[in-house]
Design a protein around this ligand. Sequence first.
Ligand code: FAD
Length: 383
Amino acid sequence: TETVDMDVDVVVIGGGQAGLAAGYFLRRAGLRFVVLDAQDDPGGAWRRGWDSLRLFSPAEHNPLPGWWMPRQEGELFPTAGHVAAYLRDYELRYDLPVRRPVRVHGVRDAGAALAVDTDHGTWHASFVVSATGTWDSPVLPHYPGAAEFAGEQCHTVDYRSPERFRGRHVVVVGGGNSAAQILAEVSTVTTTTWVTRRPARFMPDGVDGRVLFDVATRREAARRAGTDAESVSALGDIVMVPPVREARDRGVFRALPMFDRLTRDGVAWDDVAWDGVVRSGAATGDGAEQPCDVIVWCTGFRPTLDHLAPLNLAPDLSPDLSPTERVPTERVPKTVGTRSVDEPRLYLLGYGDWTGAASATLIGASRTAKPTVSDIAERLRAS
Ligand code: FAD
């Protein structure tokens, strides 16, 4: 049987795009490392999206370091399955030491090293790179009455395809890309209601992943130069991919404000006079109710950081820091670049803009992984 070296320079937690980009540079730097990934198969979050999920830009705009994503035959914007296959091939190509399924329960200070406790034993490392993404931490807001609702509730992570909703009335909650894309396709098979906490902001047609990345890049350059530049969020929230454009043209995107509570049979608003529209019940002060069979919560994710709890990292309380804008209560550890301030042997990769501009994208993963590994290599040499 193979012996496993449990004593390494670097443990990378998470084998999605961010963890693999780190692995590429660690391999090049000749360091001893392992990538621990909780899933059974390669592909990170790309294995978990819905069936029709696609990249926001063509394959050639989504490279990991060293090897470009091959085009997908017949598809300009590759599917999630194609991206997962690219990640699988990428691991093989660079012979990255990914161990799965291995779930990390905790990272703790073990004196000279960091100890990484898992369901397959404890690794010791001089440095830890946490790249666990967000898909393990769906956000489900609490509304009164949730327990009484007799229908089905699910989150973006549970959604695969619209077929099983046929003939049932579906309420989709959320104003981001997941909500827009899921609403667009569910509305092709059944009736829907859309609710958002604030008015939805659609990007202009023609803005795709290429434009978003260019804007993020210019913004980052401006930030370094101490000047101002347009932010990606100034363009809107929702990318007008073809199914979303088509749904818009069908008149699907008429959003109601967020409901106040769930009832046994649906969702209900206490105050029903909005945008000049008064719904039934308003006159009697009873509010309004929308019966439904299914509620799909497209309410986002927070970074998966539970395994860092033993390190007791202080939260970053900067008011302007919003890793997932739709989760204003989010708290993340303080970082300088990708390195933790409280535990300088820990780096955080790929979670969002707080770990580097566009770091949660394929092309951006490489940008933050490279300086992270250089920093680690330099500090190992110095020690
Ligand atoms: P992940 O891919 O989630 O990988 C993290 C890995 O860590 C997972 O395998 C997980 O199982 C593992 N893990 C978690 N916890 C542990 C633990 N305790 N121990 C061990 N392993 C653990 N991105 C783009 O680049 N381009 C796009 O066009 C794009 N479009 C998108 C469209 C939509 C609608 C959505 C919702 C997302 C889109 N994304 C896009 C973003 C993309 O889905 C994710 O942001 C990206 O996959 C995150 O990569 P990651 O490596 O950080 O995390």
